[in-house]
Design a protein around this ligand. Sequence first.
Ligand SMILES: [Cu+2]
Length: 125
Amino acid sequence: MALDKTLVTLGGLLAIAVTVWFFWMNKRVGVRTVVNSSGYQEVMVLVKGGYTPDVIVLEKGKPVRLNFVRAESSSCSEMVIIPDFKKSAQLPEGQTVPIEFLPEQAGEFEFQCQMGMLRGKLIVE
Ligand SMILES: [Cu+2]
């Protein structure tokens, strides 16, 4: 009886640990881009109830191309804005919309919908 309870408690703690790791550690790390043949750091961002991935790690000094694909008709996500790079774009449903810029400084920069409800982060290293 006592052993059963201990096992259940340990199982519960393990499940919490895994959940914390998955949602917190994973998020902090973010997604790294792949440098394509023309030297761009390119990444696809799915726009559907949010941005996936929502944390993107970039290398300083190399041009970036974020390809936004909006897979919903909710008006909330019809525009994406990257204020620090003075970029914005309309995102017609189902189309791939590239946004290009050059990250010249390290730091963390946000991108968001026009209302600031959907948010993502660019980490330049
Ligand atoms: Cu919005």
